[in-house]
Ligand binder design. Structure first.
Ligand code: AGP
Length: 372
């Protein structure tokens, strides 16, 4: 009913709007006054976590995209090798695991069969399994050695939105916690990231107040025959996520690429007017990355692409290459997906609605996939 949807046309729109609160709730109680990470509810001892020499992250769909972002954060902060893999592929390739492997499984529902089977496989190999899950008491956390719950609240729409951003937060917390107890990051470095994380709910609230342009753009793009998404570094999983949302909701052809891979093939797809959504990294810090994406934008534009550019506030130069510019609040590079993914959720939702689809219940899909 309309009341259940809190006045929104779709649960998905309601859940998109709930994201700032979902992030705040997931941070709640996990940060100390001093600004370090407290994960008391994770039933793995500090010694267990110090013994870890390799991390595997395994998940499906949107949760897998959160895992891809986590890989960048964990390797950068913790300095241990981290692999991320689709649950449906994981156990069939005979992965190498042992008791010093930390396996992180990410699942909103906690019931995804592919993820559960990967978890069981990892346990048979004696790996320690930590679940990131949004559903209390579901099968995946029950079978794991430890769990960090995301506090997104119930997600009704088939398309995952608030679960995704809270999964990112959980991954950041785990990465910082590992870095802290292993002594790889100084307390003040952890505190600096934590203080930026604490600001993300407000940053996102502000971003959500100015999405009118994205809605307008959606009406314009509803007849496109394809939409391509490009990004680098953590912007790459965001590009994949933007494309997945569009496929599942709007039933349109969409594809996400690592921007640097374009010249190895996909750039041949670009034709006059092809919409390309470009996720631009922050110009601060690793400016190199940002400059590389800007040159990729110029390349697609030179071939006729219509560019929809998602960039950070203050990145003034990028406007010159954008047919449509969407500015997001400034964040440290690794946290940027908490901002950049959100306009893409809205874009997909609005394109789907403009095409007359049932946004909350897309065809052929189930909220939780309990078959392999
Ligand atoms: C995302 O919008 C999807 N509907 C889907 O990819 C989902 O993320 C995937 O099935 C994994 O589900 P889980 O997080 O409940 O395990």
């Amino acid at each position: 009913s309309a009341a259940e949807k809190g006045g929104y046309d779709y649960f998905m729109l309601k859940e998109i709007a709930e994201q700032p609160q979902a992030i705040a709730d997931t941070l709640l109680g996990r940060l100390s006054e001093r600004g370090d990470i407290v994960l008391d509810e994770v039933r793995l001892t500090d010694q267990d976590l110090r013994d870890v020499d390799k991390v595997f992250i395994v998940a499906c769909g949107t949760s897998y995209h959160a895992g891809m972002v986590a890989k960048y954060a964990i390797e950068h902060w913790v300095r241990i090798p981290c692999e991320v893999e689709l649950a449906s592929e994981f156990r069939y390739r005979d992965p190498i695991l042992d008791r010093s492997t930390l396996m992180i499984v990410i699942s909103q529902s906690g019931e995804t069969m592919d993820t559960l089977m990967a978890l069981r496989h990892a346990k048979e190999q004696k790996a320690r399994v930590l679940a990131i899950c949004n559903t209390n008491g579901s099968t995946i956390p029950r079978e794991s050695d430890a769990v960090l719950y995301t506090h997104g609240g119930p997600e009704i729409a088939v398309a995952s939105t608030k679960a995704f951003v809270t999964q990112l937060v959980a991954c950041y917390l785990i990465g910082l916690h590992l870095a802290q107890i292993r002594g790889v990051m100084y307390a003040d470095e952890v505190a600096a990231v934590v203080s930026r994380l604490r600001r993300t709910p407000d940053n996102l609230r502000e971003l959500l107040t100015r999405m009118e342009d994205v809605r307008e753009l959606a009406r314009d793009l509803k007849t496109a025959s394809t939409i391509l998404f490009i990004g680098r570094h953590v912007g790459f999983p965001v590009a994949l996520e933007g494309a997945l949302k569009l496929k599942e909701l709007a039933y349109m052809h969409a594809e996400g690429f690592a921007a640097g891979e374009l010249k190895h093939g996909p750039i041949a797809l670009i034709d006059e007017g092809t919409p390309v959504v470009c996720v631009v990294p922050s110009p601060a810090g690793r400016g190199v990355l940002r400059d590389k994406v800007v040159s990729n934008i110029q390349e697609v534009r030179a071939r006729g692409a219509r560019t929809i550019v998602i960039a950070e506030e203050g990145d003034d130069e990028v406007a010159a290459y954008a047919d449509h510019l969407i500015l997001v609040p400034r964040t440290p590079t690794l946290l940027a997906p908490l901002m950049t993914a959100v306009p893409l959720q809205i874009l997909a939702c609005e394109i789907a609605a403009a095409r007359g689809h049932d946004v909350d219940q897309p065809r052929n899909l189930a909220k939780s996939v309990t078959v392999e």
